[in-house]
Design a binder for this molecule. Structure first.
Ligand code: MIC
Ligand code: SF4
Length: 647
């Protein structure tokens, strides 16, 4: 029986465990990336491991998230990360050089290799045939130290693409169609592998839009084959030597197959407040809008921005609309400037932002009250834009630009003939904003400046024998990490200061949460009860570190999102799932929850006894041996003694 592409790469990288579906496996990691909002913690964790130099083939530290410097905090983080990178053998992409995923695709990713990044959209590099996975900072720190990355051997979902996109329909519409079909939890525990005749009709940046937003399915990774178009892309990036052909065997068997006929797709929009709440743009046409933002790691390639420039050329942004545009990388920015398209964008009235995440993470450009905002981004969770009552829609660059001119939701198919996009034979190559690490011999003398906002890491203590805790919060399905640990320009500068950022934990849902959790901590700690897909969205470890700081001992819910579950375990918070979902309805905030034998039961892999107000509640036994060891130790840092095998 033939193998899928994902299976081939996984099997070539397994260094612990057996290649069996559903089994826990440890993978050798070839490359890592970090970004600044998760990076400071990841590097503090790396430092705590006492390893002098990264052991990967390549590690890159990007500065792209916290780029608004309205105080010293973010600049101090940039400086700390730069120093750490230089000292420990890591390349440093300076602020202004672009969004990590866009730059990694352009300059560093390699087909057939593994990449782990402390950002949930790391799978973007699946667009060139990499097995790229998002993870918490601690998992990335371990990978930098040469340790294995652990995951469950995922199911492989084959997404067969047939046909060809019609004019003005684009890659964003493809992934929105997949999200409409499979939902925000449809990819949990799975890898999405694209195949079929339609693949050849999509350029590398288009493929990367699709793999990027696979994160919104909850998927572990998304991947395209590396083919002739990949070779041309890498050649145009001056990196033909990095090319290798990779594809599934002709007789590969997928665990499940979904077919998308590209020629049947139309422009789509994800409506408030979830990426899977998809409608067609034609249904929404005419709806008045207030803001348009073009950019983010999903849709800010040269191809995307040239299309937007074509639509905006000679036009003026509608009076009621505020348009901002952030090119995904300095390469894109420079090329737009060289070919004159930047001039068209500026002339239309667009507000040009630096190459960074910007509005996508609430770093500026929050919409007006009740504002309708069209964004080419990947997440429209409530409040993420910085305006709680804003209505954020996710659309393609074509729909975004057409609507910015019209002042209302506009279907780009009414724009007439679409000009063909021809990929440049050579991209503009200039890596002068990437600083190389110091030579080994000089590393010792490199200073790592640490600003006053960079506080020590909170580290858990080994698991107590008994847990008796109050249910301090009960939430529903699809709680995102933006609910648990909100971002935005005000809170993000506190990413290096867990005591300070904890004051905002869960405040998007319940303003009183931090106070109540702190009070419960005095009495022995608390637990959170949740529904399905708890912790979906980002990789931010802060959604586990802040609860840890506030005394949360366990989260009991119907199901977890992958990265968040791992972050809880890595910090010694126990993730538990109900065996009978009906028990969720029997528990209320303020109830007392007891696990009288928790340490012994976890240590001996027995069912965990849980009593709520004295009544027994059955739990699934879904912790692996390794996960149980981490929880017993009170987190991965306490346990990590990295050996070449990864344990
Ligand atoms: C996001 O898109 O939510 C982020 C900001 O990039 C996060 C990382 C973070 O919170 O720092 C992610 O996707 O992992
Ligand atoms: Fe940055 Fe937004 Fe991409 Fe996250 S999703 S990496 S915030 S651009």
């Amino acid at each position: 029986m033939g193998l899928t592409l994902a299976e081939k790469i996984i099997n070539a990288h397994i260094i612990d465990g057996k290649p069996e579906k559903g089994a826990e496996i440890g993978l050798k990691i070839d490359q890592t990336l970090t970004q600044d909002a998760t990076g400071t913690m990841a590097y503090l964790q790396f430092e705590a491991m006492g390893i002098e130099r990264v052991k990967t083939e390549l590690s890159v530290a990007y500065i792209d998230h916290n780029t608004l410097q309205s105080g010293f905090e973010n600049a101090d983080d940039h400086r700390f990360i730069g120093g750490t990178a230089k000292k420990h053998g890591i390349y440093f992409s300076r602020p202004g050089n672009g969004i990590c995923h866009q730059v990694h695709l352009e300059r560093f990713g390699k087909p057939g290799k593994t990449l782990v990044g402390s950002d949930s959209h790391t799978p973007t590099c699946g667009g060139i045939g990499m097995l790229a996975v998002g993870a918490g900072g601690l998992d990335v720190a371990v990978a930098m130290g040469g340790g294995a990355y652990y995951t469950v051997y995922p199911e492989i979902v084959g997404i067969e693409l047939t046909g060809k996109l019609n004019d003005w329909v684009s890659a964003k519409d493809v992934i929105l169609a997949v999200l409409r079909k499979l939902s925000v939890k449809g990819g949990v525990g799975k890898i999405m592998e694209y195949f079929g005749e339609g693949v050849k009709t999509l350029s590398v940046p288009e493929r990367a839009t699709i793999t990027n937003m696979g994160a919104e399915l909850g998927a572990t990774a998304s991947i395209f084959p590396s083919d002739e178009l990949t070779r041309q892309f890498l050649k145009a990036q001056g990196r033909e030597a990095d090319y290798a052909e990779f594809s599934a065997d002709g007789d590969a068997v997928y665990d499940k197959t979904v077919t998308i006929d590209l020629s049947e797709l139309e422009p789509l929009a994800a409506c408030p407040h979830s990426p899977d709440n998809v409608k067609s743009v034609s249904e929404l046409a005419g709806t008045k809008i207030n803001q348009v933002c073009i950019g983010s790691c999903t849709n800010s390639s040269l191809q995307d921005l040239l299309k937007a420039a074509h639509i905006l050329k000679g036009k003026t942004v509608a009076e009621n609309v505020d348009l901002s545009i952030a090119p995904g990388s300095r390469q894109v920015f420079n090329m737009l400037a060289e070919n004159g398209a930047l001039s068209d964008l500026i002339a239309s009235g667009a507000r040009i932002l630096e190459s960074a995440c910007g509005p996508c993470i609430g770093m500026g450009q929050s919409p007006c009250s009740e504002g309708v905002s069209l964004r080419t981004f990947n997440r429209n969770f409530k409040g993420r834009s910085g305006t709680k009552d804003a209505q954020v829609y996710l659309v393609s660059p074509e729909t975004a630009a057409a609507s910015a001119v019209a002042g209302v939701f506009a279907d780009p198919r009414n724009l007439g003939k679409m000009p063909p996009y021809v990929m440049p034979e050579k991209f503009l190559l200039n890596d002068n904003m990437v600083i190389k690490p110091a030579a080994k011999a000089d590393a010792e003398s490199v200073e790592v400046p640490r600003g006053p906002n960079i506080k020590p890491l909170p580290v858990n203590r080994p698991l107590d024998g008994v847990i008796r805790a109050e249910v301090v919060l009960k939430v529903g399905d699809n709680i995102t990490t933006d609910h648990i640990m909100p971002a935005g320009a005000k809170i993000l500068p506190l990413r290096s200061n867990i005591p300070a950022i904890s004051e905002y934990c869960f405040t998007a849902v319940d303003e009183t949460f931090p106070e109540r959790a702190k009070a419960a901590k005095e009495k022995g700690g608390s637990v959170i009860v949740g529904g399905h897909n708890y912790g979906q969205g980002s990789s931010r470890e802060h959604a586990a570190l802040a609860p840890l700081f506030l005394g949360i001992k366990a989260v009991v819910c119907k199901s977890f999102a992958r990265i968040h579950r791992q972050n809880l375990i890595n910090n010694g918070i126990i993730p538990l799932t109900f065996r009978n979902e009906g028990d969720y309805d029997e528990i209320e905030r303020g109830d007392t929850l007891e696990m009288p034998l928790v340490k012994e039961e976890i240590g001996n892999n027995k069912d965990i006894t849980l009593k709520v107000n004295g009544r027994a509640v059955a739990l699934n036994r879904d912790l692996s041996e390794r996960e149980r060891d981490i929880i017993l130790a009170g987190g991965l840092l306490n346990l990590t003694k990295i050996t070449p095998e990864g344990r």
